[in-house]
Unconditional design. Structure first.
Length: 514
């Protein structure tokens, strides 16, 4: 019945007039713009960067940017949650709007909580405008009707906006792999994501704002009020009051009280101190266009990557890749093997079966492990980090509660690096819209490489090795537990049920969607 319902109307039309809006042009009209312009003036043509590693720092930096905004605040996210940390951010967004800041929030529609976040935001203040990218037509929840839409209109609905940007006054921005939600800000007791963001200032922020404007003014960005029935006054008032009540209750709860000292008003001086310590370097912004059909690139690792780009630098000695979802195409496997043959070290950090939040993507990766190892690629899989507090090997971006790797980073020769939203998988390469920064800084690249070294240490990860077994090549997982070297000859700590689910999903879902 659901299929019949949507079959005749699978291509929605949201072509109502909408005013085009653009980023703030006059940087000198805001305090943040003047401060960052002054700093950039001492480094002509360069942009400033600082790594944002822990989830709590990522939350507070976003809140501080909202506090410092005087004219504009632009947010672009793949997903947004319905939880205490997003309520905290909504309060800061609301406060900015009441100060006269124009707020634009652009959200993808793949997860229903994002639409709910958008509706709550729009109810807080008339100066908060919300648009939904490539929305579902018939349903705002994962119900049979929404599933039917995916089946009937798969080509359109598989085109998702995976970008993640937070931009204040077109002067400072956060770009990286974090969405909005408790799991991205260390807001859970367990099961948080390990991520990496960059705080950016200087010319690249203008380029990021241009990419935001292109999406915001595209035909695929639909005002949220066009989706569903109009919100009545009582419901709008409930949405306005909800963040205040929820955060007040959270402040007294042991699980989320630690978030509040990082997100109280008046703490923006911390951000100014970060801006004073930025590393200035040449950089470039790349992003996918919001609506054009994507074509497969020559090498499956090229998308959001350094090697193989026109005019790109050829890797001389080392390539480090961090990606939570790792499914290379045949061209990529061949390319990585060619790099190994000319002596380049290629090392990859991804999720283990126990830490992944996508069994289907992990199934695609598991099919490639032996080929990658046989080609000389070093593979490391993240372990859930329950033991981090019980040994002396600290790790700056995997907290004790971290449960899954989510960062997307590439480091070339410890000389330049990419940070952004693309995963090394077919979905990012062929379907998702992505945005990423290439930073040509030995200092930033070295810091990210040091993080890779920490994350791939035996206390935090499994190191995979290919060995000869009686039945042929086999994979071993090497790690350390409580100071003892451990070798697993079958996939460690994974239940048979988990392996079965992975196998079923891997067989059912086409590889280009992983």
């Amino acid at each position: 019945m659901a299929l019949l319902l949507v079959a005749g109307c699978s291509t929605p039309r949201f072509d109502a007039p909408r005013p085009p809006w653009y980023a703030l042009a006059d940087l000198q009209s805001t305090t943040l713009g003047r401060e960052t312009s002054m700093a950039a003036g001492q480094h002509p043509g360069r942009s400033g960067f600082s790594l944002v590693l822990s989830g709590r720092e990522a939350l507070s930096t976003r809140a501080e940017l909202a506090d410092l905004a005087e004219r504009t605040l632009d947010l672009q996210y793949y997903s947004a949650g319905d939880d205490p940390t997003t309520e905290l951010l909504l309060l800061r967004i609301e406060a900015a709007a009441w100060r006269g800041v124009r707020v634009r929030i652009l959200l993808d529609d793949i997860y229903p909580p994002s639409r709910r976040f958008g509706r709550r935001a729009a109810a807080l203040h008339p100066g908060i405008q919300v648009r939904i990218y490539n929305p579902f037509f018939w349903s705002g929840d994962w119900d049979p009707v929404r599933v039917a839409e995916v089946l009937v209109d798969a080509e359109r609905l598989n085109r998702r906006m995976h970008n993640k940007l937070w931009i204040a006054d077109n002067a400072a921005a956060i770009i990286g792999s974090r969405n909005l939600g408790d799991a991205y800000f260390d807001g859970r007791d367990a099961g948080n994501f390990a991520d990496v963001d960059l705080l950016a200032a200087g010319p690249v922020v203008g380029e990021l704002s241009q990419s935001f404007d292109l999406y915001w003014n595209s035909a695929s960005a639909v005002p949220i009020e066009r989706l569903g029935a109009a919100v009545d006054a009582a419901a709008a008032e409930r949405w306005r009051q909800a963040p205040h009540g929820r955060t007040a209750a959270c402040e007294d709860a042991p699980s989320c009280a630690p978030l509040f000292p990082l997100t109280r008003p008046g703490e923006a001086e911390r951000l100014r101190a970060k801006i004073d310590r930025l590393v200035w370097a040449d950089a470039s912004v790349d992003f996918d266009l919001p609506e054009e059909r994507k074509t497969q690139v020559a090498s499956g690792v090229e998308h959001g990557w350094i090697e193989d780009r026109p005019g790109g630098t050829r890797t001389e000695s080392e390539l480090l890749i961090v990606s939570p979802y790792l499914v290379f195409g045949e061209d990529a496997l061949q390319h990585l093997a060619d790099m190994r043959r000319r002596g380049v070290r290629v090392a990859v950090l991804t999720n283990s079966l126990d830490s992944t939040d996508s069994l289907a993507a992990h199934a695609g990766y598991a099919r490639q492990r032996e080929a990658l190892l046989a080609g000389g690629v070093e593979l490391f899989e993240m372990r859930p980090t329950a033991e981090l507090s019980r040994h002396d090997r600290t790790h700056r971006w995997l907290q004790p509660e971290a449960g899954s790797l989510h960062a997307k980073v590439v480091i070339q020769d410890r000389r330049q690096a990419i940070v952004g939203s693309p995963n090394q998988d077919p979905r990012s390469r062929l379907h998702n819209r992505e945005v990423w920064l290439t930073v040509r800084s030995a200092a930033i690249a070295a810091e990210l490489a040091a993080l890779f070294d920490e994350a791939s240490d035996a206390h935090h990860a499994y190191r995979l090795e290919l060995v000869d077994d009686v039945d042929g090549p086999a994979v071993e997982w090497h790690t350390q537990q409580q100071g003892q070297a451990i070798i697993h000859r079958t996939e460690p700590a994974a239940s048979p049920w988990l392996k079965l689910r992975r196998a079923v999903l891997g067989a059912m879902i086409p590889e280009h969607l992983l």
